[in-house]
Write a protein of this length. Sequence first.
Length: 424
Amino acid sequence: MGQRMLEFLQFCTPQAQPTLFPIITLMGVQASVKHGISDSSVTLFTWFGFMLCGIFGQLKRGREIANAVELMLEKPGMKHKKSRGIFGLIVIKTWGSPLQASLRPHLEGYQMMIPFQYSVAWRGSHLWFAGRPLEGVELELETSVSVLAEMNQVGLRLYVITCLLAAKKLRGNCTLQCCSSTTAQNDEEMDFEDLLAVASDIGNNLVHGNHLDPSHHDSRFFEASNLTSLPLRSSPLHFSQAHIALVQLELLVFFQDWEAAKSLLIKSGDLRQCFSPFYHSVRYTFLRGLICLKTAQSATAWLDRRKWKKRALESMKLMCTWLKKGNVNVVHPMHLLNAECAVLEENKTDAKEMFKAAAAVAARNGFLQDKALAHELAGMYFAAQGDGYWAKFNMDRAHQSYLDWQAYAKTEDVAEKSKSLLGK
């Protein structure tokens, strides 16, 4: 009974009182070790594995906990716990395995109906971050939105819609028209500000313990024109709000609107506190480091340049720690950050080698979007250096890579930049 109570408390505390969450998790693990394994131990140990990987950076120990959870799931009477157990195992193993490897287990969870709604949502986000061709990603995300609407999973649906909107923008469709499970597609168009307002409303209800009426919140999706954007820092940060900010940062980086990216980075604060157990933390750390380096490069005042470089080095230090402990998903982002750091320090030789390494590793690991980004940043750097050959080479590769990713809006953007930079 005590373990079951701790499991229920563990579910509530991340929104109501986040500082209690690690304490309750450790109490639950200690109780399981002392009094024996129960069905609640699966959830308690799973989140302990999350903490070891995402918060303490102990990837090896986190994987050992994942192995222990697998053994627990083999015990008789644990079938009803496979929903959380399998989902947790996928999340933990993402810290030491390629992100691409998580896509099939999520699909299997979807097909097995365990864990159904989480597999749908998390596979959608991993498809987005893994750089799969956007046409297929968009089709699957649209299907996922409909499935989650049927299940009244308002929060998870919002989570998937955010990725869907980003995919549409990159493919050239700047707005999103959402449809419910009971109505045909209407004319209300949504953007990130509208999604953020809905996320803020959902988050406040969770924090204050109000009942979530799915029909009420679902209707908010189709009254987007009446919603206004709320500042992220106006209330306790909810995961959905943080996820929207992360996807916005990603789009701003791809379209290289560095001023807007810097403003959003400052406004949203440190999102790692929301993402620490998940791959999102890795992606956010990379984007933060890249934005800080680009801001430092454009800074005119010596003090500003020093301040932003220091922030970038903090992100790079954290990623280097993950890399040394076996996180393969940070290899190519680390190369790209090293390249931009070399640009800041005016080290042309290192910049050239790091840009080349970033594109090669991203291509080998299947991250089409990062391969394209590495080539584009390299092309713009070489153009600024007056090196026409390497500028053209990298811009051509960037154009083809964005085309392979099916990001047609970005393909047009690169074509315009190439004409401007190379005069052709």
